[in-house]
Design a protein around this ligand. Structure first.
Ligand SMILES: [Mn+2]
Length: 371
C-alpha cells in the first residue's frame, strides 16, 4: 500500500523535469477550512480530519512525511501509507520542519493553493531554503491521471450520484420548490455514504435552467416545465458530477428538439474520448455539431473538466486546453444548450479515459424522461 503514495510522489517529481531548478523536497502546507490544499489529501490518503495548518513533506525518493497537530493525530494514524510526526506548540512545529528539511536548499511549493501568509511563514521558518520553486503544474499533471485507488473512489462516488437520480424522479411534485428538491438530493447522497454534495447542488425549474451555474431558490415546480439537476457526491473526498434534465409532465416539440440535439452532442463527445486524442478536439467536435444546428452559439461553456479530489480538478476539455487524453484521466462530458426564453438542457456524465472508448462512471439513461 505504501507504494501507492510513493508512486504519486514520484509522478510529481517526474513532472518537475521541465523546471530549471529542481526541488529537493516538496512542502504542502494546508490552509484553514475553505483553503485546504487537496494535494495534502492526495499525498497523505487521510480519510477524515481537516488538518488545518498541518504539513506534508514529499521527497524525491517517494517518501512522505505528515506533520500533524495533536488535534488531528488520531485521524492521521488512520492512514497506512506514510510517516507521521506530531507537534504540540508552534515552536515544536517549526523545529520539526527544520529538522525534516535540514539539507534542502530548493523547496517545491504549491503556488496555486498556498496562502501568502503561509508562504511567508515557510520563508521565515526555513532560512536554509535558498530557492522556492512552483510545483503546481507538476502536481496538476500528476493528479490528472488517476491511479486504481482513486478510480475506485470515483466509481463509487459516481454510483451514489447515479442512484440519487431515481430518488429525483420519484420525488417530483407539483409546487415543490427548487430548494426542497436540492435538499432531497443532498440527503439521498448522504444516506448512501457520501460525506455531502461535491458542490452546491443545482436544481433549476423552467427558464432558470438556462443559467448554467444557477443557485436553487424558492421557485415552484409547474407542469410541463424543464427540471435540470446538476449535482454530485463527495465520497472519501472524491467528487462525482452529473447533470440530467427531465420534463415534469409532457415535453413540447421545442423542448424535444433541444433535448435531442444535446443528447446527440453528448454521444459525439463520449465517442471521441480515448487515449491520444486532444481534449480540444473533443470539445470542438461537440461545439461544431451544436453550431451546425439552429442552436448555433447556444453552447456557452466548455465540454468538460477533470474530476478528482476537487470537482474542478485542474484540466479542462475546452477549445484552449492543451491536454492530450491519457489512460486513467477522469473527466466530465457535459454539453448543453441554453435559450433564455425557454430554458436549458444539459446532460453530464463522468468518464475515465481508456484505450478505445471511455469507461462511463455515471449510469443513468440519457433519453428524454417525462414524469
Ligand atoms: Mn460539471
Amino acid at each position: 500500500m505504501n507504494n501507492i503514495m510513493k508512486a504519486r510522489v514520484k509522478k510529481i517529481f517526474a513532472s518537475t523535469k521541465s523546471l530549471k531548478i529542481k526541488p529537493e523536497a516538496i512542502l504542502i502546507k494546508n490552509g484553514i477550512e475553505g483553503q485546504l490544499d487537496s494535494t495534502f489529501f492526495y499525498l497523505s490518503g487521510v480519510r477524515s480530519g481537516l488538518f488545518e495548518g498541518c504539513s506534508i513533506i514529499a521527497y524525491p525518493t517517494g517518501k512522505v512525511c505528515l506533520l500533524t497537530s495533536k488535534l488531528e493525530e488520531q485521524s492521521a494514524l488512520n492512514t497506512p501509507y506514510i510517516e507521521i510526526e506530531t507537534f504540540g506548540t508552534n515552536d515544536e512545529y517549526k523545529q520539526l520542519l527544520r529538522k525534516k528539511l535540514l539539507k534542502v536548499r530548493v523547496l517545491g511549493i504549491n503556488y496555486n493553493e498556498l496562502s501568502y501568509a503561509n508562504y511567508l511563514w515557510i520563508r521565515m521558518t526555513l532560512k536554509n531554503v535558498k530557492n522556492v520553486v512552483n510545483v503546481s503544474k507538476a502536481i496538476g499533471e500528476a493528479r490528472c491521471i488517476k491511479d486504481e485507488i482513486e478510480i475506485k473512489e470515483l466509481r463509487k462516488s459516481a454510483k451514489i450520484a447515479s442512484n440519487t437520480f431515481k430518488t429525483i424522479t420519484s420525488s417530483l411534485k407539483e409546487n415543490m420548490t427548487e430548494n426542497q428538491l436540492a435538499s432531497i438530493i443532498n440527503h439521498d447522497l448522504e444516506k448512501q455514504g457520501a460525506s455531502g454534495p461535491s458542490f452546491q447542488t443545482i436544481v433549476a425549474f423552467g427558464k432558470h435552467s438556462a443559467e448554467p451555474h444557477y443557485a436553487p431558490q424558492n421557485a415552484r415546480l409547474k407542469k410541463n416545465k424543464l427540471v435540470l439537476c446538476d449535482y454530485g457526491a463527495r465520497y472519501n473526498r472524491y467528487c462525482s458530477d452529473i447533470t440530467r434534465t427531465v420534463v415534469f409532465g409532457k415535453a413540447d416539440e421545442k423542448i424535444k428538439d433541444i433535448y435531442e440535439t444535446v443528447r446527440k452532442a453528448s454521444e459525439i463527445g463520449l465517442k471521441r474520448v480515448r487515449v491520444g486524442v486532444k481534449a480540444s478536439d473533443v470539445h470542438n467536435a461537440v461545439e461544431e455539431y451544436i453550431d451546425s444546428t439552429k442552436y448555433k452559439g447556444r453552447f456557452i461553456h466548455s465540454t468538460g473538466h477533470s474530476i478528482g479530489l476537487n470537482v474542478h480538478d485542474g484540466a479542462s476539455i475546452s477549445k484552449k486546453s492543451d491536454v492530450i487524453l491519457e489512460e486513467g484521466m477522469a473527466f466530465t462530458i457535459e454539453p448543453g444548450i441554453y435559450l433564455p426564453t425557454i430554458g436549458g438542457v444539459r446532460i453530464e456524465d463522468d468518464v475515465i479515459v481508456r484505450q478505445n472508448r471511455p469507461e462511463i462512471l455515471t449510469n443513468v439513461s440519457r433519453e428524454l424522461i417525462e414524469i
